[in-house]
Design a protein around this ligand. Sequence first.
Ligand SMILES: CC(C)(COP(=O)(O)OP(=O)(O)OC[C@H]1O[C@@H](n2cnc3c(N)ncnc32)[C@H](O)[C@@H]1OP(=O)(O)O)[C@@H](O)C(=O)NCCC(=O)NCCS
Length: 316
Amino acid sequence: MPETILTNEDFAKMVETSDEWITTRTGIKQRRIASDEQTTAVLASEAARRALADAGMQADELDLIIVATITPEMVFPSTACFVQNTIGAVNAWAFDLSAACSGFVYGLSIAQQFIGAGRYRTAMVIGAETLSRITDYTDRGSCILFGDGAGAVILKADHNGSSMGVMYSTAFSDGGGWTSLHCKAYGSRYPVGKPLPDPKMVYMTINGKEVYYTAVRRIVELVKECLEKCDLDVKDISLFIPHQMNARIIESVGKRLNFNNEQIFINIDKFGNTSAASIPIAFNEARQTGRLKKNDIVLLVAFGGGLTWGANVIQL
Ligand SMILES: CC(C)(COP(=O)(O)OP(=O)(O)OC[C@H]1O[C@@H](n2cnc3c(N)ncnc32)[C@H](O)[C@@H]1OP(=O)(O)O)[C@@H](O)C(=O)NCCC(=O)NCCS
């Protein structure tokens, strides 16, 4: 996580808002903001290094690196190639994945498929974002939501015949809903060489209300599907780690599904919405604070721009 903190009080000096409004509507108290030097690849590489150290592994053991991001280092090459080079993962192939806030759960699903098929033994999935670079700090309806950060996990083939690991993954997209959440420039439709119809097109635009209700509905569906396919009950889930988009959305989902509060992990108060990075950041904090132990079943769920949504059930 970048060191610089932007609090709700800071926002109250920038736009017409208050700590009380932001806290009650979103659960966010502060978020981290990357410095100019802390690009997406820098944050992603640091997360990668820490994951390797934590796993007691060397970078050359990695076969695959996936970076989920909507704020890549450059148009090309991919952020993943920068990470590969920085950490010295000389045996890995590397690519970026663009699925907005669902990027990490999509990435985990893809990595698991490659390992499950026996093609690769070791994969790293990173969620990394510098959303502050595409945030309109004059739009009070969106700027208060987003923060920067990165997190990484390593998946390894298991030849012990146990069922541990990614037990189940599911993913969906609905391109028809793209207008709810987007950043139009710069790309092929609005290339950098031509004047933009609206200079604000370089920033994220969200239809908060629309996203809010669709997210609740889709996340509830995802959880029900995961439980049914894995033959699990809500009480079998040790920890539910949803994408941190809004504490009210998470609490509303929790109530509808009868999760108790101890089962739900929320750290949006400290980091805001970090899109693809939010789940690995939360997962790491859950580990560091002793919320996860061996054999636990963890449910990861995300919803975001695309529209995209998906989930992974993991046994530790
Ligand atoms: C953005 C979000 C917090 C807004 O909360 P909301 O309860 O839906 O609020 P609304 O947008 O209806 O706005 C209600 C009022 O608050 C005002 N408002 C918006 N942002 C505000 C702010 N930061 N401070 C104070 N007032 C604000 C609005 O202008 C509106 O005023 P009006 O009633 O006079 O028109 C909420 O919709 C949300 O979290 N949505 C999903 C977020 C998302 O898309 N995340 C990215 C995808 S993962």
